[in-house]
Design a protein. Structure first.
Length: 82
């Protein structure tokens, strides 16, 4: 419905991937967060901890994506949260 609301120029659907975002959008942008750490021992320790937490999470998501189960798992987690 392009042009349905002349006062609306941009609508931000928020973070995350969802099928409806692809269906209703006519333009997309890929964004990525950049994390920069100071060259100190403490910052390196924080980065190592962050990597230890995010690494398995990324592997799990890649596995779910490969088996096409990501949307099912997300839906189940949403139902449990309510």
């Amino acid at each position: 419905m392009p042009g349905a609301d002349p006062g609306l120029d941009v609508l931000d659907f928020g973070h995350g991937d969802a099928a409806y975002k692809e269906q209703y959008a006519n333009e997309t942008r890929q964004e990525r967060n950049a994390v920069i750490f100071a060259p100190t021992f403490r910052a390196r320790r924080i980065n190592a901890t962050r990597t230890a937490i995010l690494g398995p999470s990324r592997l799990a998501k890649a596995g779910l994506d490969a088996t096409q189960l990501t949307s099912r798992v997300k839906a189940t987690l949403r139902r449990r949260a309510t």
